[in-house]
Ligand binder design. Structure first.
Ligand code: MLT
Length: 246
């Protein structure tokens, strides 16, 4: 198995991701929130890069089964039903709903993977489920970190390192320099995921705007054992019939 690691989606487009097996990571907080939403019974999450597209898609959905979720600067967007805190995505609010979802970095990165052969949402909360799926399916994989405003983010890169480290414990893999760097980074954090999140720029920002509880949730390894997969325009719980490419 070969794994390449990309630290930011800036230089990636739909065509570069076409036909690949991709794991997309946005620890703080889009991937964690998507896992939580689907685990809470949401039917589907539709990611969009911008607010206008989200609103347009939302207005075409049936009124009793739609929600608008997401953030800008970490805060709920005016007129939306939900922000981007995983704590908001409870079964009472999201069960059976289609959630149109736009966030600053994560949703756009996921949107760029809509022509991937397989696009899985990866995070600390579904770590073992993602690793197991990658090992079981085999083939070659790309780990795409959403990063922060076009650049590197500590938390996504450390999560990529943990995924690679865990796969390496299960099977033989080849990684690029990005993957090797991610593993070194992950291993250097003795305090585990929460210490990574607390030291990251975005983690510090979220604490400053009142979301410190979210860091604990986003750092809880294996607390939400689901496999969200890109399926057409949306993200749904993975159907086990999908095969990996390559
Ligand atoms: C993003 O996509 O940039 C994030 O999920 C931001 C956040 O709400 O923490």
């Amino acid at each position: 198995m070969k794994i390449e690691t990309i630290f930011s989606p800036t230089n990636v487009d739909e065509m570069a991701m076409r036909g690949k097996n991709v794991v997309i990571i946005d620890i703080l907080r889009a991937s964690t929130t998507i896992c939580t939403a689907l685990h809470s019974g949401a039917r589907e999450v539709i990611p969009t890069a911008d607010i206008e597209t989200a609103t347009k898609i939302y207005s075409n959905l049936s009124a009793d089964s739609r929600l608008l979720g997401g953030e800008r600067q970490g805060k709920m967007i005016e007129g939306f039903n939900l922000g981007n805190s995983p704590r908001e995505y409870t079964p009472e609010k999201v069960r059976g709903k289609t959630i149109v979802f736009t966030t600053t970095n994560g949703a756009g990165a996921i949107y760029k993977c809509r022509y991937a052969s397989l696009g899985l949402i990866g995070s600390f909360v579904n770590m073992s489920a993602v690793v197991r799926t990658m090992v079981d399916l085999g083939g070659n994989w790309t780990i795409l970190c959403s990063g922060r405003e076009g650049t590197f983010s500590l938390e996504d890169s450390a999560c990529a390192g943990m995924i690679i480290q865990k796969i390496r414990e299960a099977t033989e893999i080849e990684t690029d320099d990005g993957g090797k760097t991610a593993v070194i980074l992950y291993r250097s954090f003795r305090g585990g995921p929460l210490s990574v999140l607390k030291q990251s720029e975005h983690g510090k920002y979220l604490i400053s705007i009142g979301f410190s509880d979210d860091l604990q949730i986003c750092a809880s390894v294996d607390s939400v054992p689901v496999i969200p997969a890109v399926d057409g325009m949306g993200i749904k719980l993975r159907q086990t019939g999908l095969a990996a490419n390559g």
